[in-house]
Design a protein around this ligand. Structure first.
Ligand code: AMP
Ligand code: ZN
Length: 112
């Protein structure tokens, strides 16, 4: 399958790993939008938030638990934002479900 993040998970495209286990992979964003900006992705290919269903959703709870643990390890005690963009209007550019984790500065709300 011609999927950028599947290739990153497989190690075919290099990435700066922040976390890995049997179900998910985390790596730093190539174009960081905050002092800390990494992506957490399920290893199983899910094309985006709109492809989540009762059969594949469990990994998302796992990813949030991993993010909470990583945030403690990385010292993000001032907080962070988790974002999953969906579709054109949501700003999704890669068709493999991913959770942005942004931290290290105050983040505007609502987003632009
Ligand atoms: P989105 O726009 O929500 O689909 O997010 C895709 C993200 O993937 C963007 O923030 C990109 O900067 C990031 N990205 C694209 N290619 C790579 C790559 N090879 N390594 C790390 N991050 C990437
Ligand atoms: Zn994929």
């Amino acid at each position: 399958m011609d999927c950028l993040f599947c290739k990153i998970i497989a190690g075919e495209i290099p990435s700066k790993k922040v976390y890995e286990d049997d179900r998910c992979y985390g790596f730093y964003d190539i174009d960081p939008q905050a002092p800390v900006h990494f992506l957490m992705v399920p290893k199983a290919h899910i094309s985006g938030p709109d492809a989540v269903n009762e059969e594949n959703a469990a990994v998302i709870g796992h990813i949030y638990a991993v993010i909470a643990s990583l945030a403690r390890e990385l010292g993000l005690e001032n907080g962070y934002r988790v974002v999953a963009n969906c579709g054109k209007d949501g700003g999704q550019t890669v068709g493999h479900l991913h959770f942005h984790v942004l931290a290290g500065r105050g983040l505007a709300w609502p987003p632009g």
